[in-house]
Design a protein around this ligand. Structure first.
Ligand code: PEP
Ligand code: MG
Length: 589
């Protein structure tokens, strides 16, 4: 039966393919076949896994009987009997011997069938047994494939990933030669997983709600990352419709690319800089192709997240130097590592029990806690400044003390390099992100000590509105159009312009065409967006004048709710780009 899900589209486009399910423990179950001579080996592997699990359950049963009595132990015995059930074993054996499936795949198919069967039973008590079977399946699979959730997927053919959740580092490690798109049950619109999906340029939907118990590995799935829709086991006509949609989406991207202009000048001749946000060094090529005016944000934490050990100074340096050289004199803003919160790494393994990780030890706080590690990165950034227009930026600065402390460490690094005669740019600009309302309150003080600032709206929105950016349950409250957020942005831009210090905006908001006129009207002259968004943002800039944008901003700032501001901005955008609505509905229809 076809299943339709609605989630949050976080990376546009349509992907169609076969499902690969990652369960919550990171165990993956590809549909795989084995050679005739490997059949015996697979069956033996499975028998061994079953008897070792059976022994473990028997041990638990005896322990519970000793501590709590036989009554409670009975449930464990029931599990053991389920696992050793003759009919179940027969089906597993047949799946391996006749169908030539791997042990893992046989477990996922046969157990999956039983789970479905139990779920459909009228008695809720019996339906509950589905959980027990799912638990047995999980434990068996963990034995068969190993428990390490960081184990990279060994893919050999294109798939769509279906998962309860993907961490940003798991997402960053997806092999896009084979992973065509993904869907997760949880996650919010500005989570770092969403940002990485956009960087990988694969269609993705997050926060689709619970669905994994209704799909099987190998099911055909459609992911529409533009509209946040997922269709599992589509019928032929739906499949045909989405195939032509995917085709039109490709054409639209090509058309837009053709429209990009070299320099973004408003109709009245004001130069607006459109820079690129990158998570991976190779994206610099995409930025260059799209005509980016520089790299406005390099999220360096992905250098740490895609490996088990910290990169050393040379590894950092090689990446930064390459970026500087490729951008050939255009600015490259390197943000020091913004680890923590949803971007955990080996660094935090012993310390990942924070109740509110977004309010915890993340970003600059972590850098100031792990100073030697911070220094290794800073040394590499400073050294790379000899090869191009490198600028350094600190994330999540909340107090002046933090900024001063970080700058002091940077000064020490520079002094040490100077003593050793290592070349670097002594005037390398030092900037900071504005992501916390407290920072906006004191922005004049920060502007005296920072060479430039960049507004991180992804975090600014969550900290202003008290809405977790990665939580689908509060997604309707997470809104860049909220007047409180807009006032903070306006105050920051105005303060920077007054102080004569460059100000950019690198949160996802700057890539949303809805806000381009508003932001120009508020005085912003530097946007930093994912490379894919550069042509469209440039196109809008070239279609408007500054006085027109100022009028839009003036009107928008008088409105009281996010909804009325949204509606107003939609209307204004439609006036400037009447074709855009047409194109959107064409893609969506
Ligand atoms: C932001 O918060 O807007 C930002 C650009 O940083 P990140 O999304 O990496 O937290
Ligand atoms: Mg941020």
């Amino acid at each position: 039966m076809t299943i339709k899900l609605t989630g949050i589209g976080v990376s546009p486009g349509v992907a169609i393919g076969e499902a690969l399910i990652l369960d919550t423990g990171g165990v993956h179950i590809p549909r795989s076949y084995v050679d005739a001579e490997a059949v015996e080996r697979e069956w033996r592997r499975l028998r061994e896994a079953i008897s070792s699990l059976s022994e473990e359950i028997a041990h638990d049963r005896d322990e519970v009987a000793r501590q709590l009595g036989d009554r409670y132990a009975a449930i464990f015995e029931a599990h053991r009997q389920m696992l050793e059930d003759a009919k179940l074993l027969e089906e597993l054996e047949s799946c391996i011997r006749r169908e030539r499936h791997s042990a893992e795949y046989a477990v996922s198919v046969v157990f999956g069938r039983y789970i479905e069967l139990f779920k459909q039973l009228k008695s809720s008590l019996l339906a509950e047994r589905a959980h027990d079977i799912a638990d047995l399946e999980h434990r068996l699979l963990s034995r068969l494939v190993g428990r390490d959730p960081r184990r990279p997927l060994q893919l050999k053919k294109p798939v769509l990933i279906l998962a309860h959740n993907l961490t940003p580092s798991e997402t960053a490690n997806l092999d896009t030669r084979y992973v065509l798109g993904f869907v997760t049950e949880i996650g919010g619109p500005s989570s770092h997983t969403a940002i990485v999906a956009e960087a990988l340029e694969i269609p993705a939907v997050v926060g689709a709600g619970r669905f994994l118990d209704r799909v099987s590995p190998g099911d055909t799935v459609i992911i529409d990352g533009t509209r946040g829709e997922v269709i599992i086991r589509p019928d032929d006509s739906t499949l045909g419709h989405f195939r032509s949609l995917a085709e039109r989406f490709r054409h639209r991207a090509i058309r837009l690319r053709g429209l990009r202009c070299r320099e973004a000048l408003t109709l009245d001749g004001t130069r607006i800089f459109v820079m690129g946000n990158i998570e991976f060094p190779h994206e610099v090529d995409h930025c260059l192709r799209e005509g980016a005016d520089g790299i406005g944000l390099y999220r360096t934490e992905f250098l740490y997240l895609s490996r088990d050990t910290e990169p050393d100074e040379e590894q950092h340096f090689e990446v930064y130097r390459l970026l500087a050289e490729k951008m050939a004199g255009r600015p490259v803003i390197i943000r020091t590592f913004d680890l923590g919160a949803d971007k955990l790494s080996y660094l935090r393994e012993g310390n990942s029990e924070e109740k509110n990780p977004f309010l915890g030890l993340r970003s600059i706080r972590l850098s100031l806690r792990y100073v030697p590690m911070f220094c290794r990165q800073l040394r590499a950034i400073v050294r790379a400044s000899a090869y191009g227009d490198i600028r350094v930026m600190f994330p999540l600065v909340t107090t002046l003390t933090e900024l001063r402390h970080a700058k002091m460490i940077l000064r020490d690094v520079m002094e040490d390099l100077a003593e050793r005669g290592i070349p670097f740019n002594r005037h390398m600009p030092v900037g900071m992100m504005v992501e916390v309302p407290a920072t906006v309150m004191l922005i004049d003080y920060f502007l005296e000590e920072a060479d430039f600032i960049s507004i991180g709206t992804n975090d600014l929105i969550q900290y202003t509105l008290a809405v977790d950016r990665s939580n689908r349950d509060v997604v309707s409250l997470y809104n860049a159009s909220d007047p409180a957020v807009l006032r903070l942005i306006a105050a920051t831009i105005q303060a920077a312009n007054r102080a004569g210090k460059p100000v950019g905006l690198c949160g996802q908001m700057s890539a949303n065409p809805l806000y381009t006129m508003l932001l120009i009207g508020l005085g912003l002259r530097q946007f930093s967006v994912p490379p894919l968004a550069i042509p469209e943002i440039k196109k809008i800039i070239c279609s408007v004048s500054v006085p027109q944008c100022e009028e839009v901003a003036r009107r928008a700032m008088t409105l009281e709710t996010a909804q009325s501001i949204d509606m107003y901005l939609r209307g204004e955008l439609a006036k400037v780009l009447p074709d855009r609505d047409l194109e959107e509905s064409e893609v969506a229809s």
